[in-house]
Design a protein around this ligand. Sequence first.
Ligand code: SF4
Length: 352
Amino acid sequence: MSIFANDIVSWYQNHKRDLPWRDTSDPYKIWLSEIILQQTRVEQGRAYYEKFVKKFPDVYALANASQNEVLNLWQGLGYYSRARNLHQAAQQIVFEYGGRFPNTYNDIQKLKGVGPYTAAAIASFAFNRRVPVVDGNVFRFLSRYLKVKTPINSSKAFKEFFELADELMGEAPPADFNQAMMEVGALICKPNNPQCMFCPVQSRCEAYAASEQLLYPVKNKKTKVQKRNLYYFVLEASNGLVLKLRDKKGIWQNMYEFPVIESEKPLKKNELSEKAAEAGYISDEYTPLIQIGEERIHKLSHRELHARFYQVKTTVGRPGLVEFKALKNYPLPRLIDRFIEEEKPEYYLQKE
Ligand code: SF4
């Protein structure tokens, strides 16, 4: 084993966190944990991992669930395309691979929602394949260790870091080496305050030697976050409220929300009234708009949503009406769910 691999693997064996998905070589559970942990903190991810394993103990249980059940369990984690892909990939494994998890780096990438990083993690952790993982932690750790100036969000970065990690891995056991790389990145070579004092490779780290730790990783400037305005109409009857399925492509596809008017630019009151009347959300453009609560700002990775909610009384027989007691069965975007929790908790109290 190279000195680098030896140093990080011994460190890992003494300092690794005790995480439930580390006690298994079951590819199903490893895959589940990897998908949940994308864009999610470990502590939050752990609770969701446990819920998923309990409800869907194997790939058949997940494949046979309805998409609504999966989205419901996912609620609160955000980035819902991950949940939809998870469900579709479970069906691929059951129907295309006869329930056997594909076991090579290339085949694992054919699963819906599985990219090179996740495929490398599954291939090495579950099948001991010799493929390096390259995630955000590895980018940061290696870019500092070797003072790599390639911007990590550029198109050539992945290949370059993949080759570097491959070189450093040498003959080390792939699962331990990869786990060690990610764990050093997560616990020691942290984004804002790297713990160089405790780092197993400090003596050879180029950024440390030059006191330039915080200059790495290098990144290209971010693209501008787009703003969007959402005007929700909460059409409420005595026994329920109106929900609409969001069929537009995007992160909330196949989830439910209140009838909405969307606009790039903020709308003036009269413009909003006209549009709402046209869409049939209010009876005419002279109906006063009663706003519930303040404007809510919901931040996604590439969007900033500015949402306002308006109260409208409607009748019991209105199409799309969902009874309050059935509301829990509908997957809702976090923005809507949080609005209900904070402004309309009575909806969840199962009014009869
Ligand atoms: S010495 Fe510091 S900057 Fe270098 S790899 Fe270790 S933690 Fe990161």
